[in-house]
Design a protein around this ligand. Structure first.
Ligand SMILES: C[S@@+](CC[C@H](N)C(=O)[O-])C[C@H]1O[C@@H](n2cnc3c(N)ncnc32)[C@H](O)[C@@H]1O
Length: 310
């Protein structure tokens, strides 16, 4: 049977839960510059080529699809590349938290999901807010390069640009990257693609999102039968769709969905008996970024646990 798990080595993979946020921005490479990023690297053809051609440059890839990450790990291993780190993360969070204070040289994105239906345009990645965020992580003169198969998306990105700090050069190019999706469009008969070269050389303003370690709470008593979880809505929205308990109802996990600043995270909050009492915390091993919304979710669970034991 063909296995997807032949990734060769996990050396290039960085797990979000392994990051200690209390220490501030994580050091991903021993020496961080020069630094280039690929967003949505898919099965990694382009990232492997870039990193192989510039071994003195560090590359970070953000991708959400696990099987594509595994395929890319395999390629990096086969090529013996040590200058790449892959993260399973929404690029928006990656830029927000992992690259805060960085001076990135270049950002690449080939064939971002175009969301062609008008009512889905709100899901497109390269909206003004994200462009300003990327601009804030680029060094002055750094470049964001986007290639898209969807001409209306290129037009739409151009409309987003005022105030984001970029100047634009646009042209049509042929198929030169050899990626899975480029081949797919080529097989479908498309030969020309929109290239947008966005240079970080204009003024912009970016409001940072606060981040700090999420509080760990301790409660004296807990009664799983009486646990009532209430979400909140507003700038931060928290809902609690699921709860799990062990057979003796002596430990629990609460699933929270947190939306804030137009982004969403799934968070598991653990309720565990410890010597210091019932510990309520963002569950170990959860790939969660410690935002204000996550803090709020843990606090709401803590308050419900406290109440259940009274
Ligand atoms: C159309 S595919 C293109 C893949 C690759 N660049 C290629 O040319 O074959 C878009 C990729 O972007 C990833 N993606 C979409 N939104 C993302 C996001 N917000 N952060 C990171 N990756 C994302 C998807 O999982 C998918 O692999």
């Amino acid at each position: 049977m063909k296995s997807n798990y032949k990734y060769g080595s996990l050396a290039s993979f960085v797990e979000i839960p392994s990051i200690d946020w209390a220490k501030g921005r994580p050091q991903i490479f021993p020496v961080e510059e020069p630094l280039e990023i690929e967003i949505g690297f898919g099965t990694g053809e382009y990232l492997t080529d870039l990193a192989g051609a510039a071994r003195g440059v560090n590359f970070i890839g953000f991708e959400q699809c696990p099987t594509r990450i595994i395929k890319t790990l395999r390629k990096l291993h086969q090529e013996g590349l040590s200058n790449v780190r892959l993260m399973r993360i929404d690029a928006a969070w990656g830029f927000e938290f992992l690259l805060k204070g960085a001076a990135v040289d270049r950002v690449h994105c080939l064939f971002p999901c175009p969301w062609p239906k008008k009512r889905h345009a709100k899901n497109r990645l390269f909206q003004a807010a994200f462009l300003t965020l990327v601009r804030s992580r680029l060094r002055n003169g750094g470049v964001l390069r986007v290639v898209t198969d969807h001409h209306p998306y290129a037009e739409w990105i151009e409309e987003q640009l005022p105030g984001t700090g970029f100047s634009l050069q646009r042209r049509m190019i042929g198929a030169v990257h050899g990626t899975k999706f480029e081949k797919k469009w080529q097989d479908g008969g498309q030969e020309q693609f929109d290239e947008l070269l966005l240079t970080a050389d204009q003024p912009y303003r970016y409001q940072e999102i606060g981040v700090s370690a999420v509080t760990v709470y301790f409660c004296r008593s807990f009664n799983a039968e009486r646990l009532v979880l209430e979400g909140i809505s507003g700038r931060i929205t928290v809902s609690f769709p699921d709860q799990l308990f062990d057979a003796g109802r002596r430990a629990g996990m609460v699933h929270a969905i947190v939306s804030e600043d137009g982004r969403m995270q799934h968070v598991w909050v653990s309720i565990d008996p410890t010597e210091k009492g019932w510990c309520v915390a963002a569950a170990a091993g959860t790939a969660v970024l410690p935002t204000e919304g996550v803090q709020k979710a843990v606090e709401l669970v803590y308050q419900a646990v406290e109440k259940s034991g009274r």
